[in-house]
Design a protein around this ligand. Structure first.
Ligand code: GCU
Length: 645
């Protein structure tokens, strides 16, 4: 096929491939299609465009593909697909379900029109599948338009104003619906002065965005500042009746403008944001004040558990940031109103390439908990390095009970949507795993490839799998070893700086000295963090012998000669993985260079090639700094005699 076939990620000129370009709708558009039911404007428009482009027709009856709202028992967003004789039927009980069913047919492609099969029901694992944009309305002097954004500007905001041209928001909504996302927060959890006004004076802005998201069944949520009432009342004390009334009035105003508004997201008492502790109240008091205002309208509060002391004394080895979320929130289990969702980062620290699952998730059985993952790759290569994160998320999401995943968005106004073109697959995979956590990450990647490059020869898929399948583990190999984390440059967090955070107040230390490395978080001799886990995991992590190797330095401080389960020593493992990781990146670059550029489009091919050059450079830098650092600390030579600078 010609690159022109997927030169648009949603009918937006100049935008490069994303899943579900018009080409991916060919199997639908090449057929006769009938659509039955009310409230199906988006489904009808998609079908009409596909038929106009690919030669099919919308008919009243006798169609190859029947899309129908009927009394099927799927629950919200679900759909049933069957094939009887030569007719494929998609049935759903609500318009959102039928839209998801239509996109499912696009994903399955020709196979949806193959052999007859009995009805198969598809239901999302989670009712809410949410993305949080850390987009600033004003350009922040340090963080820019998007905090930790690596994809250009915001899709919504531009230098303090709502974007004049919001065409891409519609295209974006289509992409999100096509992978199952149905809730979006459009501003940063760090709510600065201008963003505080979104709730009140600038409500029209968010109503405009909500209108663009609604056709694709995506509900708008808003990050709010806990101290918002202070401007009017001089207090934000959540137990003050005037404050509660303030939230009720503000919330009524939001629902008057956006009747299907989803709710609030709050970062409180965290990294300088105001919160209930300022009034001697706890996080249940704070969350419940906002939840009470939302409850009459059916809205929810996502209350983040990312609360810790960011002014820690590095000399104090008893304070452990990993313990913080559990200590602040576990005692509150059972005190939150029913429409509060406590939003917990998947690991106890902060989106590192390897962390254990946060113990808080299992510690609040009487509370709805949402698990937050970072689609924007702040600590995993910043969308300059290929790092396909679905295998990591799948490990977390398939094993835990949660009220629904939340992903920190990685999309922006970059022509490729995500800076690194291959980072599109992370956004796609987030939506798919939020819908179905048991999906195999490789199959999810297959889906993304099939939708993004429909009809291309096998070599495209083979190359993308070769470059992406193991890229998360490769990234882990050449960066911070064995779960220790945070050896990044302070501030922007790109590239290596082993001691960058070691003597800072942030609570992210590795404690390397001439004898050993790692954080002792055991109950026996360390910070006691292992005791926050249920007994089976607590025992596993407490034992230096049983602890999984990849988390060894997260839980234990060990000598460099400590022997891992594979028989090698910690220091040799550090050398071996760092050399292997950097070599693997060089092989990824070679593999990409062998792919004919016209198969994926020259601009796409060139952007990936440029970024792989940067990844090769970056991986070598990591390898050299990490190996040199640990050689200098330990004095132990590499068993293979490789050059360590
Ligand atoms: C990280 C990140 C911040 C962000 C914070 C959060 O610390 O570096 O930019 O604000 O997470 O999740 O709130």
């Amino acid at each position: 096929m010609s690159p022109g076939g997927f030169a648009s990620g949603g009918d937006v000129t100049g935008v490069h491939p994303a899943w579900l370009p018009p080409e991916a709708m060919r199997p639908i558009g090449a057929r006769t299609v009938s659509v039955h039911g009310d409230g199906l404007d988006t489904v009808r428009a998609e079908v009409r465009q596909a038929c106009d482009r690919h030669g099919g027709a919308v008919v009243a009856g006798g169609a190859d593909l029947v899309l129908t709202l009927s009394g099927v028992d799927t629950g919200p967003d679900g759909f049933v697909v069957s094939r009887d004789g030569v007719v494929t039927t998609v049935a759903a009980e609500d318009p959102a379900g039928l839209l998801y069913g239509l996109f499912h047919v696009a994903r399955v492609g020709e196979a949806a029109f193959g052999a007859p099969h009995p009805p198969g029901t598809h239901r999302p694992a989670h009712g809410r599948r949410m993305l949080d944009h850390w987009d600033n309305v004003d350009v922040h002097p340090v963080m820019g338009q998007v905090e930790r954004g690596y994809s250009g500007g915001s899709l919504f905001w531009d230098g303090g104003a709502l974007r004049a041209d919001l065409t891409r928001v519609t295209a974006y909504a289509r992409l999100l619906a096509a992978c199952g996302v149905n809730a979006v927060t459009v501003n940063n959890v760090n709510v600065h002065a201008t963003e505080t006004l979104l709730l009140t004076d600038r409500l029209a802005d968010i109503a405009t965005i909500a209108d663009l998201l609604r056709p694709y069944h995506i509900r708008m949520h808003l990050a709010v500042n806990f101290a918002a009432p202070v401007a009017d009342l001089g207090t934000a004390d959540p137990l003050d009746a005037r404050v509660q009334a303030w939230w009720a009035t503000a919330t009524d105003g939001v629902y008057a403008a956006i009747p299907d508004f989803g709710g609030y997201v709050v970062k409180a008492d965290s990294e300088g944001q105001p919160g209930p502790y300022g009034y001697g109240r706890d996080h249940a008091d704070g969350a419940n004040a906002l939840a009470a205002a939302l409850a009459p309208h059916g809205g929810v509060v996502h209350w983040r558990a990312f609360v810790y002391d960011h002014r820690q004394d590095w000399r104090d080895r008893t304070t452990d940031r990993a313990r913080a979320a559990y200590e602040h929130f576990a005692p509150l289990d059972g005190r939150f109103l029913g429409n509060v969702i406590v939003q917990v980062k998947h690991g106890p620290i902060d989106f590192q390439v390897r962390e254990p699952v946060s113990p808080l998730i299992a510690a609040m059985p009487a509370t709805d908990v949402a698990v937050e993952v970072q689609v924007t790759q702040e600590y995993t290569g910043q969308q300059r390095h290929v790092c396909y994160l679905a295998p990591m998320w799948s490990e977390v999401l398939r094993t835990i009970r949660t009220a629904g995943p939340v992903g920190v968005s990685n999309a922006g106004d970059d022509p490729f949507w995500t800076g690194h073109p291959l980072a599109q697959a992370n956004l796609y995979a987030f939506g798919r795993l939020a819908w179905a956590p048991d999906l195999d990450p490789r199959e999810v990647l297959d889906e993304w490839i099939g939708l993004t490059f429909p009809g291309t020869p096998d070599v495209v898929g083979e190359t993308l799998h070769a470059v992406m399948d193991d890229s998360w583990r490769t990234y882990e190999d050449y960066t911070a070893p064995l779960g220790v984390g945070f050896m990044v440059r302070p501030g922007h967090h790109y590239g290596p700086d082993v001691d960058g955070y070691e003597y800072t107040p942030w609570g992210t230390y590795h404690f390397a000295d001439r004898d050993g490395v790692g954080v002792d978080r055991t109950c026996a001799t360390g910070t006691g963090f292992t005791g926050q886990y249920p007994p089976v995991l607590a025992r596993l992590y407490e034992s230096v012998h049983d602890c999984p190797d990849e988390l060894l330095l997260f839980f234990h401080h060990v000598p460099y000669g400590h022997v891992l389960h594979d028989g090698g020593t910690v220091i040799q493992h550090i050398y071996d993985t760092h050399f292997a990781g950097a070599d693997a990146v060089a092989a990824m670059r070679d593999r990409w260079a062998a792919l004919p550029a016209d198969l994926v489009g020259p601009a796409f091919a060139a952007r990936v090639a440029d970024l792989l050059d940067e990844q090769v450079r970056g991986a070598a830098e990591w390898r050299d700094q990490i190996t040199a650092y640990f050689f200098r600390k330990s004095g132990v030579r590499d068993a293979h005699g490789r050059r360590i600078p």
